[in-house]
Design a protein around this ligand. Sequence first.
Ligand code: ADP
Ligand code: MG
Length: 629
Amino acid sequence: MSLLQISEPGQSLTKPPRRRAAGIDLGTTHSLVATVRAGQALALSDDDGNVLLPSVVRYRQAQPVLVGSAALDGQIEDPLNTLSSVKRFMGRGLSEVDRLAQQLPYQFVAEGDEMPRIHTVAGDISPVQASAEILRVLAERAGTALGGELDGVVITVPAYFDDAQRQATSDAAKIAGLQVLRLLSEPTAAAVAYGLDQGAAGVHVVYDLGGGTFDVSVLRFSKGVFEVLATAGNSALGGDDLDRAIAEWMLAEAGFADDIGHADIRRVLALARQAKESLSDEEETRVELVLTDGRVWSALLSRSQCQQLIRPLIEQTLAPCRLALQDAGVALSEISEVLMVGGSTRVPLVRELVGEFFSCQPHIDIDPDKVVALGAAIQADILIGNKPDSDMLLLDVIPLSLGLETMGGLMEKVIPKNTTIPVVRAQEFTTYKDGQTALSIHVLQGERELIADNRSLARFELRGIPPMVAGSARIRVSFQVDADGLLSVSAREETEGVESHIQIKPSYGLTDDEVESMLRDSLTYAREDIDQRRLRERQLEADQTLEALAAALMTDGQRLLDDDERQQLTQAADVLRQLRAGDDEAALQQAIENLERESATFAQRRMDDSIRRALAGHDVNDFLSNDNA
Ligand code: ADP
Ligand code: MG
C-alpha cells in the first residue's frame, strides 16, 4: 500500500467497470506476471512462450538495457554491467549487505549507509532502477495481452520485507510508471491462489524454496484476514546450491575437479541444473560434460544418487521450519495446510521431507513457479474493481503508523504500523481550553514523535462542542482503514453527539523527495525492528556455521588438522557460541566471519582431500559430507 492522501469528502470512490490489472512476482532469480481473464488467473508468456523472466538486467553504453534471457549471456561476457539478484539489495544499506556485496563482481558505490548503487557503463544504477526495468518488461507483456496500458498492479514481496524494502519496491513500480494497488506478501499471495481465503479459518505454512533463497511463513487466516504469524528462512540456500552439489560430484567423478576455468564451471553448473530438473520427473538421466578444451565425460545419474547429494541441503531447510513454528507459537498438529512455492519444491525429495516434517501431504497442485503471481493477479483483479460482487479480500497491513497531532506538537499514534487492515481504532481526546467549542484535528502518518517529522494527511474541524471546562468534553476520534487502504477519520463529541469526518484515499503522486525522506525517516525509526530481525537471522546463521563445523570436525578433524589448528578452531567456535547467547549483532557477525576465516583452510583441505579420494577411485559418497563444510 502506498502512502495516504486526502480526497475531498464526498468525492466518488467507485471504480469504473473492467479495468486492466495484473499481479507481478518480482523474484530474486525469476519474475513473472499474471492476470485474470474470463474469471481465470493465468501467467503470461513472452513471444517465445516463456513465462519466467530471469531477473537479470544488463546495462550497455548508449544502447538500450537488456532484460531477462537477453541479458543472461552478459553474466559471463560482461559481469560488471549485468545485474542479477538485485532484490537482495532493495531498501538495504551497504552495511547490511556488505558481505553479500563482497561475493559479487559489482563495483558498489555508496554514501554513508544508503542503498548501494552499482557502477555500470550506463551510470550508477540503484537496485530500485534495475527492478524497475524488470517491472517495465512485465507490465508491457501484460499490457499487450490485455490490449492497453495497465490500470494497476499488485506486486508481491517477501513477508519479512520491512518498510524500507517495501518502499523501495513501490518506488521501483513508480519509476516503471505503474500504479501499485497493493504490495502483497508472497506467502499470502500463494494462499490466495490456493483459495484458502475462501475456506475455513486455520493456520497454514508456506514453504518457499526458490533459486537462491528459502523462506518459510506461518499464516493465520481468520475472519477474512491473513496474518503472518512468523517467518524464517535462509537467504543463502536454494536451488543454486543443489546445482553446486551436483556439479561438484560431476567434476569429481569426471576427474576434472582441479583444473577447470570459469567458463567451464558455468557449463557444469548449467548441466547440473538440467540434470536436477529432469530428475524431478525421470528416474535417471544421462549427463554429458564437454569442456572447452575438448575433454568429454558422460555418465548416468539416478534420482536416488542425486538425492544423496542434495539431501543434506534440503534437510537444512527444516531447522527454519521448526523456528517459524516456535516463533508463531503454533504446534505441528495445528497446521491445516502446507503450500509449496518456488521452483525447487518440484524436487520429489523436498516434497517428501517437508511432508514428513509436517506429517501431511503438502499442496503441489498449482505450478510452484507461478503460484505467487497467480495469487497476486487474483488480488489485483479484485482491488481494481473487476469483481464488484466479491467480498473484498482483506489481506494487508498498514506500512506506516496513522495518528493525530496532540498538544505540544507531538504525534499520538492511533493505528500502529503493520496493523492488519481492515481496522477500526478509536481514542478519546478532550478540550484544552475552558469553553472551547471547536477542535481542530490533524491526521498524520509516520513513525516519528514530532509532528513536523511526519507526513500531514488531512486537517478538519469538529464544531458545535458544548462549552465546558477544559478537559471535561469527551471527544472520540476513530480511524477506520478499509481493505483498500482507504482511511476515514471521524470525531464525535459524546455528550451532544456532534460529529465530523473526513475520508482519505491512497495516492501515488508523491514526489521522489517526499518518498525518499519518508523512507529515510521510517528507516531510522524502524531500526529497532530491523535490528531485532537481523539479530535473529545472524543467530540462525551462527547455529548453522557451528553445526557444520562440528560435523566436519567429527569426520575429518583428527585426520586433516594438527592439534594447534584444531584448538584454534575450537576456540573460535567457543567465542561464537558465547556471542550467540547475547544480543550484540555486530560482534556476532564478526565472530561468524572470523570462524569462517579460521576454517577456510580446513574446508579447502577437506575439499581437496575428497576430490583426491574420489579421483583415486575411493567411495565417492565420502564427498557428500563436504556439502556441509
Ligand atoms: P526465485 O523465487 O528465487 O526467483 P524460483 O521459484 O523461480 O526462484 O526457483 C528457481 C529454482 O527452481 C532454480 O534453482 C531451478 O533450478 C529450480 N527448478 C525449476 N524447475 C525445477 C524442476 N523441475 N526440478 C527441480 N528444480 C527446479
Ligand atoms: Mg519466489
